[in-house]
Design a protein around this ligand. Structure first.
Ligand code: ARG
Length: 493
């Protein structure tokens, strides 16, 4: 369609190589709606007549019915969805009307528009999926406030904690993922249309009018920036990449803890896969794939950044390659969030195994040392004393609470620890995992009361975000519904 400058048809292999029709199917709807708003503006600015507008809009409305089969045929004929839709409109509305649709517009500002419209919807879908996962985490946390377990650093027992505390940590990370997406939304929700190929137009367009018809907050002002910047894609992909990294760490924990050796949690059967040969197998395959897809996301982000790196200013066809990356990023993250929600919701929590591990653990050591600090001992002395106790207990294959008076006397023979055996015996007799947690008093600790406060605060926060997302969604739906009404009334003359 655009080849009057060039001789002959585009080589068929080159067309297949150039074409973005495959990934463009997810932009079809946005391309049509964007073209409707653009055409209305052209009419309002006196650039096309009322009759031409009606014919264009009626063809665009028909284009909304393009079936998957028709799209397949179009794939073999066009370089991209913009060319396909324009040709479709010209075929129906005639060249005298349809041929005016692309006035004061370029595929460069058009593709940026389509992408921005798709990504703002994607952000809303991802935020809602994150909130669904957060709500399940909070629900499970509520049940697990008193599910004591060892916490790990370096994958070694560190301090005692609770399963709720673990779940809440991920809820907080996911809240930050929402914050990042929210701030990204503000930069995505700007209209590039009217920037033309790179340098604007001599025709009297109203860029703000198109922006407002399509529910954008404003425009991307500079026409070079509007057509050639893709930082909004990089930002979106990196935000999703961070979410996938969060999910991959959760996936890893759950896989580890569902192993026979840990036995802290179990996945419901319907979320696991088995072996074709080993009849006993219950494999956490969805979590393994999530872990791997987090790596795919790293590749997606690196590829997206690589496309923009050192690209000359202005549109280059390289940018087309970024589209499929954005669509992959969305699909991977969205699907993973849904699966993780199901996993957290169905997870069988084995409190007894967790408690047994906590009771067998030396992870209570810091709590014992802090008891000594409370009685006036310097922390560094308490640290050394309890370290010596643990070394003795470990060498004698005992737990701290199993140490007899005799053990304590031999473990604490250094002059520095003189006369502490009785005190230690009384402290050890009073400590237990539950007591340790109830004594933790710092803000954000696994103390059960603190857990309840945190869960409550996060439930409120989740409600607030849901309200914000749905208000924004409703506002956009309302704007687009008004545009649709306008289109309908302009079509029926
Ligand atoms: N298919 C292109 C893309 O997805 C559209 C813009 C093409 N512009 C151009 N001047 N060739 O990025």
């Amino acid at each position: 369609m655009y080849r009057s400058r060039l001789k002959g048809r585009l080589d068929e292999h080159v067309l297949a190589y150039l074409s973005s029709m495959d990934e463009d199917s997810s932009l079809l709807h946005y391309d049509i709606v964007g073209s409707e708003a653009h055409s209305i503006m052209l009419y309002e600015q006196g650039l096309i007549s009322r009759d031409e507008l009606s014919r264009i809009l009626s063809a665009l409305e028909d284009a909304k019915q393009i079936s998957p089969e028709e799209l397949k045929v179009m794939r073999e004929r066009y370089e991209d969805v913009h060319e396909a839709v324009e040709t479709y409109v010209i075929e129906r509305a005639g060249m005298d009307a349809g041929g005016k649709m692309h006035t004061a517009r370029s595929r460069n500002d058009q593709v940026a528009l389509d992408l921005r419209m798709k990504i703002r919807d994607d952000i809303t879908s991802i935020e809602s999926a994150i909130l669904d996962l957060i709500d399940v985490l909070l629900l499970r946390a509520e049940e697990c406030v008193d599910a004591v377990m060892p916490m790990y650093t370096h994958l070694q027992h560190a301090q005692l904690g609770s399963f709720s505390h673990y779940l809440l940590a991920y809820a907080d990370m996911l809240f930050r993922d929402i914050e990042r997406l929210e701030s990204c939304y503000a930069r995505v929700n700007l209209s590039p249309l009217g920037a033309s190929a790179i340098g604007g137009t001599s025709l009297p367009v109203d860029r703000e009018r198109v922006a407002s018809l399509l529910g954008f907050d404003s425009i991307v002002e500079n026409s070079i920036d509007a057509t050639s910047s893709r930082d909004f894609i990089l930002e979106f992909c990196s935000s999703l990449c961070i979410t996938m990294l969060d999910l991959s760490r959760m996936a890893e924990d759950i896989m580890l803890w569902s192993s026979t050796e840990f036995n802290y949690v179990e996945l419901p059967d319907e979320l696991t896969s088995t072996s074709s040969v080993m009849p006993q197998k219950k494999n956490p395959c969805p979590l393994e794939l999530m872990r791997a897809r987090a790596s795919t996301m790293l590749g997606v982000l690196a590829a997206a950044m690589g496309i923009v790196r050192a690209l000359p200013s202005g549109y280059s066809r390289d940018l087309q390659e970024g589209k499929r990356l954005v669509f992959d990023a969305f699909r991977i993250t969205y699907e993973s969030l849904i699966i993780m929600k199901q996993i957290v919701s169905g997870l069988i929590v084995k409190r007894k195994s967790m408690l047994d591990a906590a009771e067998r653990s030396y992870a209570i050591a810091l709590d014992v040392a802090e008891q000594l600090v409370q009685r006036g001992m310097a922390f560094r002395v308490a640290h050394r004393l309890v370290g010596a106790l643990v070394a003795y207990a470990h060498a004698h294959n005992k737990g701290l609470k199993e140490l007899s008076m005799e053990d304590l006397n031999s473990a604490l023979h250094e002059p520095l620890y003189r006369d502490t055996a009785e005190l230690i015996a009384s402290i050890l007799s009073s400590v237990s995992p539950e007591v340790s947690l109830s004594r933790r008093s710092s803000k954000g600790s696994p103390n059960p009361r603190e857990q309840e406060r945190m869960i409550h605060a996060r439930k409120e926060r989740s409600k607030g975000y849901r309200g914000m997302v749905s208000t924004r969604e409703e506002r956009l739906e309302h704007t687009l519904a008004s545009l649709q009404d306008m289109v309908k009334s302009l079509v029926m003359r």
